[in-house]
Design a protein around this ligand. Structure first.
Ligand code: CP3
Length: 355
């Protein structure tokens, strides 16, 4: 595979009628769909044997910077499952790495930052992201949209709170205590950090859409650690900044977090077209909380380990609850668990399409 990347042969899928008319984009816009569209967060990754083979001896962040690997890994689940969207293979910390922040993704741990952010000088030392920092992303996305044809490519970025947590804690955290200490105690520093990340995330989404991604997802995975009051004051304005910038790109915006039952309304108000709902909230309640927006979700990722009849019955319930929404994109309530049997996701995809 050696796609021709000259600009005259490149057609942005946002402009391609088949992509614009796909079930995913129709659902995101609240238009009638031929079937409920389905994709899975973390559909590319450790649950796939073909992914594990390809990644042998290649570090996670290195694989994100090699267009040949990014293209192949992104396509693997699309080929296997016939899902209604591809999600760009990368990570929420990749743009930080690209601008020069010293960090790594440690296997079995997650992102680890060498020198956590503690001062205004630390924030000022993080460069803003320009397209030149991520030329490999532009190249990968262009190759991908050519390969994908009528299947939309979802670009993504981390939302400011979730990315800030890694930068401030220095690694994964359950309580986000240092992050919240900065949020409550050092408002000027918090504002500077959150604005810095919002700018990087917005620029990173713009690169992906300009290269051909036809929808974006803003992952605020850990926003559920905040109360509605604190979310509104300390988190939402910065996510809104990213979503507003993405709105100018003319593609649907999906906004997702974990444990966000109390925040769903606000996450919609932040500027989302589609609000992702985790599995802790009955989807019917999620639909009411997001009002006149589309929803995405929300089968418990552990249901793939249940007997087939139980898994499929629960999936049917999710699809039926989704019919009350302005639009519904079927997904799990969080990422695919690494020990998931891919045949179960194939079965699930076919089932949702058959309903
Ligand atoms: O298929 C897809 O969804 C696209 C790829 C993708 C990855 N990370 C690849 C990855 C996406 C969308 C992400 C986003 C991401 N990264 C989030 C938000 C989504 C979520 O799950 O809430 C977060 C919080 C991160 C940070 C991060 N990176 C974590 C928590 C981990 C897992 C650590 C572990 O080993 O358990 C990573 C590493 C990572 N990102 C892997 C993959 C496939 C696993 C690393 C590997 O395969 O070696």
């Amino acid at each position: 595979m050696a796609p021709d990347l000259t600009t005259d042969s490149f057609t942005a899928p946002g402009a391609a009628p088949a992509v614009r008319d796909s079930a995913l984009l129709r659902a995101a816009r609240g238009e009638p769909v031929p079937h409920t569209p389905v994709w899975f967060m973390r559909q590319a990754g450790r649950s796939l044997p073909e992914y594990r083979r390809l990644r042998e001896g290649v570090a996670m962040l290195e694989s994100c910077m090699r267009p040949d690997l990014v293209v192949e890994i992104t396509l693997q689940p699309v080929r296997r499952y016939g899902v209604d969207a591809a999600i760009f293979f990368s990570d929420i910390v990749l743009p930080l790495k690209a601008v020069g922040v010293d960090l790594d993704i440690v296997p079995g741990v997650g992102p680890v930052v060498a020198r956590p952010v503690r001062t205004l000088a630390d924030v000022a030392a993080i460069p803003d992201l320009t397209p030149e920092h991520v030329g490999f992303v532009t190249e990968s996305v262009r190759m991908l949209v050519r390969e994908l044809g009528a299947t939309p490519l979802i670009g993504f970025a981390g939302a400011p709170f979730t990315v800030a947590s890694y930068l401030v804690e220095g690694g994964p955290s359950k309580e986000h205590a240092r992050t919240k200490a900065m949020m409550y105690g050092e408002p000027e520093l918090w504002d500077a950090l959150m604005r810095k990340i919002a700018g990087i995330s917005a620029a990173y989404l713009a690169v992906q859409v300009e290269a051909g991604a036809s929808a974006v997802q803003l992952f605020d995975s850990w926003a559920g650690a905040t109360s509605p009051r604190d979310y509104r004051r300390y988190v939402m304005p910065y996510s809104a900044q990213v979503l507003e910038a993405a709105g100018g790109l003319g593609v649907p915006r999906i906004h997702f977090g974990v444990g966000t039952g109390e925040l769903l309304g606000l996450m919609g108000e932040a500027g989302a077209d589609v609000v992702g709902v985790d599995w802790r909230v009955p989807l019917a309640d999620g639909v009411r909380r997001v009002g006149a927006r589309a929803v995405q979700g929300n089968l418990d990722p552990s249901l793939v380990f249940a007997p087939t009849d139980v898994m499929l019955a629960r999936a049917t319930e999710v699809v039926e609850a989704g019919r009350a929404a302005r639009g519904h994109i079927f997904n799990l309530g969080h990422g695919v668990l690494p020990s998931t049997d891919p045949d179960r996701l194939a079965r699930l995809t076919d089932h949702v399409h058959s309903l």
